[in-house]
Design a protein around this ligand. Structure first.
Ligand code: B16
Ligand code: MG
Length: 217
């Protein structure tokens, strides 16, 4: 039996956290709210709506519903100027090679991201053809750690959840994969992603043998 693989986008395939940081920082500072890298860490894998809620909370600031929407739009516009300047060079090391290895072995691949900009980013970095299915912030309503995004991915691929392997960089994402009864692979620090079944700093640490073995069990 062959497993299916599901990849998170931001932090796994590309490092868009640095662009989110710039855009959120500009927005927060404009409202008189401080914003640092530690806070940005806490927004990884968190939806746009919930990210803005957190920032306003940190600044003890409240805005009208209308203003809230304007602020989200403004942040996204700013963020998209960075996205639109992206190209293949933004793909994190060994990601494309590993996707190719899975493709060569006929292993089904899906994207499971909270981002509403996922398709746009995949197009910019020319990775769209690698994905059999794309599940993103436009398809799901429940945020990670809810397993919805990965369960929808598994269903679209026609795979049972227990036969899926998820690559994630956020704590909430690892929890979502675990909640879906999938094998969770953390990409990042072991001490942060300690709930993952396996953790690697990045894809250069993952051997082809390990991936193929994972796919075959
Ligand atoms: P957008 P992922 C997440 O993507 C990011 O980690 C998170 O920082 C961001 O706020 C969220 O997408 C929503 O993104 O504003 O583009 O819809 O890690 O789940 O791929
Ligand atoms: Mg992520």
């Amino acid at each position: 039996k062959t497993k299916a693989f599901i990849f998170d986008l931001d932090g796994v395939i590309v490092d868009t956290a640095k662009f989110h940081f710039q855009a959120w920082k500009r927005l927060a500072n404009g409202l008189g709210i401080d914003f640092d890298h530690e806070q940005n860490e806490q927004l990884k894998g968190v939806s746009r709506v919930n990210s803005l809620k957190k920032i306003l909370d940190w600044g003890n600031t409240s805005v009208s519903e209308e203003e809230f929407i304007q602020l989200m739009d403004k942040k996204n516009e700013d963020y998209l100027t960075y996205v639109d300047a992206m190209d293949e060079s933004e793909i994190l090391p060994q990601v494309k090679e590993k996707l190719q290895l899975l493709k060569d072995n006929n292993i089904p691949i899906a994207l499971g991201s909270a981002s509403k900009n996922a398709r746009r980013i995949l197009d910019k970095i020319n990775l769209t053809p690698f994905f059999d299915e794309i599940v993103d912030g436009t398809n799901v309503t429940k945020a990670k750690p809810d397993p919805e995004v990965f369960l929808v991915g598994a269903e679209k691929l026609g795979a049972q959840p227990e036969y899926c392997v998820v690559f994630e960089d956020s704590i909430a994402g690892i929890q979502a994969a675990n909640n879906a009864q999938m094998t969770s692979i953390g990409i990042g620090q072991k001490n942060v992603l300690n709930q993952a079944d396996h953790t690697f700093q990045d894809f250069t640490e993952i051997s082809d043998e390990f991936l193929i073995k994972l796919a075959r069990i």
